[in-house]
Design a protein around this ligand. Structure first.
Ligand SMILES: *Cc1c(COP(=O)(O)O)cnc(C)c1O
Length: 228
């Protein structure tokens, strides 16, 4: 199927529930992203700073760019002027830097705390205690140019549906706990970013509000470099 047909199909499947579709365009060409754009899609996710900046420069300016991959503090400045949402905040140090760069750009940057839910060594993220510690800290209270709007997690890469379901359930449960404890009156804190091509259906069942879909929209990733 074409990219536009895939997007239409996803939107149909999501149906009336309030779930945002992030088209994960990492490694995909400008032409393919333009095709999705021409089909009416505006929300794209990238996992590398340089690639996102290159694409931002080459594509229409009403695209919402979401950074979904691990972010190094020294690269925040490149995306701070335009990034719509950072899904992958995994330390107070990083949040400090995002705040600093947001201030320089005279804006507030929306962020999600990335929570470690997978049964794997390689994934980034905070564990529950670390997330709570961050939210309770005095330093966090002073950061006025970042806004935490929810949490994000990546399930274990496994065929075990039950395990994936449990991991997403845990993330949704943590979300509810954090909401009650720290964001009770904050309407902006409402996002649970969970679900990828292989597990988005389970994620939606468990309360996802943002699914991050790459290969099911664009096909398998072929690694390439943008020429300048
Ligand atoms: C690549 C990536 C996705 C999309 O993966 P697909 O399996 O292609 O849908 C989602 N989230 C993150 C964090 C990713 O790095």
């Amino acid at each position: 199927m074409s990219i536009s047909a895939n997007i239409t199909e996803f939107k149909k499947q999501i149906g009336p529930v309030d779930v945002e579709l992030i088209a994960v365009s990492k490694t995909q060409s400008i032409e393919k992203i333009q095709e999705a754009y021409d089909a009416g899609h505006r929300i794209f996710g990238e996992n590398q700073v340089q690639e996102m900046v290159d694409k931002y420069e080459h594509l229409p300016k009403d695209i919402e760019w979401h950074l979904i991959g691990h972010l190094q503090s020294n690269k925040v400045k490149y995306i701070a002027p335009f990034v719509k949402l950072i899904h992958s905040v995994d330390s107070l140090k990083l949040l400090h830097e995002i705040n600093k760069q947001a201030l320089k750009n005279n804006r507030v940057i929306d962020c999600l705390l990335q929570i470690y839910i997978a049964d794997e060594e390689t994934k980034y993220g905070l564990d529950y205690e670390e997330a709570i510690e961050l939210l309770r800290s005095d330093e966090f209270a002073e950061l006025k140019n970042v806004r935490i709007v929810g949490i994000m997690g990546i399930a274990t890469n496994t065929n075990n549906q039950k395990q994936i379901k449990e991991e997403f359930y845990e993330l949704a449960t943590l979300f509810k706990g954090l909401k009650l404890a720290y964001f009770r009156k904050d309407e902006a804190f409402k996002e649970i970013s969970m679900g990828m091509s292989a597990d988005y259906k389970i994620a939606i069942e468990q309360g996802s509000t943002m699914i991050r879909i790459g290969s099911a929209i664009f096909g398998e990733r072929t690694y390439f470099k943008i020429k300048d």
